[in-house]
Design a protein around this ligand. Structure first.
Ligand code: SF4
Length: 508
């Protein structure tokens, strides 16, 4: 039967696991007997580009030659757990794969990595630039791939092609693909959804950025609107996530990684710097009993090597449910630092239930900064939690944030002091420079200007009240934080490009 819709997961996102949003839509359409297909153009396009570069590209240096020659071996290495037992072998494989990808896109004036895409001339936050990408799809490095793949998809004569746009790194390639379809098949209807599309609609209050290119923009959870659009009657709401259309794809991880959400939105939703707070997204959890049952069912069907819990922050009640009804497969995800995580028995139960790594947003080592950010954690609890979690054998991936309006250099030094004193309990690190969400309450009280000078920018530039500007923050991170002898080994352990998506495999 011909598909009513073909979903496209556009480049560029980390090609280590399948797209979760499309799997949710797929389950919903299946439950309502709507024929559909999924194209992971991200994974397919990245593999296509690397292989075509190694086949046709000119090797000018020893590194070029090595990257091309070892391409298949390096792809194989990232799918083998043995590689993750030796960090230097992993690093060599990832860096060489990335180099091959880089070489492939050089003629196009684009900068492509395994986790990002930037264009020298086009900005992903200017609707005019995105429309320009649609008007000139040949200029996109993925053009030779999608010319063939989308032409093949169009032979199925779907009523709709749906694009799931979640990251800025996908925006230019998404519009290039849409532009190609509209030029070759002007009557083809295009649907645009995904979390970035949702943020654009929320921030601008508009949905007409790509008139003439996109027929339907779906902001927020898309299931109902999509079913309506596709003419489903007597809508069934069973089935949450279905990966059957992508399980056999050659993702760059050792075994199938199963991404799974137990909730939409964040249960805390108070941190002043966070888009969840600024955008006022509601917290919509599944019932713990139902999600435990569904997780068990999908796990049996897909046979994953790892479960990635996608929640912005796994609520304590969910952590408890995961410990009591373990999925039987190693898992990891984001948790807030709460008293629960200072309880040794609780952490041991989590570990016994398969938890191999917790991502923790500690953000600052200065209690005043944490309080004014509404983070809702205290450093004594964070310190005890780090010791208890690692004592139970669970790895920690800690996130620190620099350059918030509440922070100054003295506070950042306190963060360095906290991180270095707890280096033995921090396995992996993420150090981020603060971006001010455009719709946040903070943005109303600061002298701001457009961050990227783009009409679709999610962030604003601001005058720091203490003069702790981004350039100073970056300088501090490069010259002090990252050079601290206690921090250097943590950063060396942290996986290049794939970061937290691959980190759990280093704990196996
Ligand atoms: S806990 Fe995390 S996701 Fe939730 S509001 Fe704070 S930063 Fe955002």
């Amino acid at each position: 039967m011909k598909p009513k819709i073909i979903f496209i997961h556009p480049p560029v996102a980390k090609p280590s696991e399948p797209p979760a949003g499309i799997a949710r839509l797929s389950a919903c359409l299946k439950a309502n007997s709507v024929e559909h297909q999924v194209v992971d153009a991200n994974l397919e396009g990245i593999l296509w580009l690397m292989r075509s570069a190694s086949r046709d590209g000119t090797a000018r240096s020893k590194w070029d030659f090595r990257s091309f020659k070892n391409l298949e071996g390096n792809l194989h290495a990232l799918r083998s757990i043995d590689t993750f037992h030796e960090k230097s072998r992993y690093t060599r494989a990832v860096v060489d794969l990335n180099h091959a990808l880089n070489m492939a896109c050089q003629p196009y004036g684009a900068m492509l990595t395994l986790s990002d895409y930037t264009d020298k001339k086009l900005s992903p936050v200017k609707s005019g630039d995105l429309i320009a990408a649609a008007e000139n799809p040949e200029a996109n490095p993925f053009y030779p791939y999608f010319l063939k793949r989308l032409t093949q998809a169009m032979e199925e004569t779907p009523e709709y092609i749906g694009f799931s746009l979640n990251f800025l790194s996908q925006a230019i390639c998404t519009l290039a693909m849409i532009g190609f379809i509209k030029r070759e098949h002007p009557r083809q209807k295009i649907v645009l959804g995904g979390s970035l599309t949702t943020s654009w609609v929320q921030i601008t209050g508009r949905s007409d950025f790509f008139t003439g290119l996109v027929d339907e923009v779906i902001a927020g959870a898309g299931e109902e609107k999509l079913l309506d659009l596709l003419g489903a009657e007597d809508i069934q709401r069973t089935g949450f996530t279905d990966y059957s259309l992508v399980t056999d794809k050659p993702y760059l991880s050792p075994g199938f990684v199963l991404p799974y959400s137990t909730a939409r939105g964040c249960w805390w939703r108070k941190c002043a710097f966070c888009p969840e707070t600024a955008e006022g997204n509601p917290y919509l959890p599944l019932s713990p009993a139902r999600d435990a049952e569904e997780l068990r069912t999908i796990t049996e069907k897909t046979g994953p090597s790892l479960i990635h819990i996608l929640d912005s922050s796994i609520a304590p009640v969910r952590l408890q449910a995961m410990a009591q009804q373990p999925p039987g497969i190693p898992w990891y995800g984001f948790a807030r630092v709460t008293e629960h995580l200072t309880n040794e028995d609780f952490c041991r139960e989590l570990k016994a239930g398969g938890c191999v790594m917790l991502k923790l947003g500690i953000e600052s080592g200065d209690q005043c900064v944490l309080d004014s950010l509404n983070k809702g954690i205290d450093l004594k609890t964070a310190s005890a939690a780090l010791k208890t979690i690692t004592g139970a054998g669970i790895a920690t991936y800690c996130y620190f944030l620099f350059g918030t309006p509440q922070e100054n250099e003295a506070s950042a030094v306190k963060t360095l002091d906290f991180a270095s004193r707890h280096a033995g309990c921090i396995h992996f690190l993420n150090l981020a420079v603060f971006n001010l969400p455009a719709g946040s309450a903070q943005a109303q009280n600061l002298a701001t200007s457009d961050f990227y000078e783009g009409d679709l920018s999610l962030y604003k530039n601001f005058q720091h009240p203490d003069g702790w500007q981004r350039a100073h923050v970056r300088n501090f991170l490069q010259k002090k934080f990252k050079k601290h002898p206690a921090i250097v080994p943590i950063l060396a352990r942290t996986p290049e490009f794939f970061t937290s998506n691959h980190a759990p495999f280093f704990t196996f």
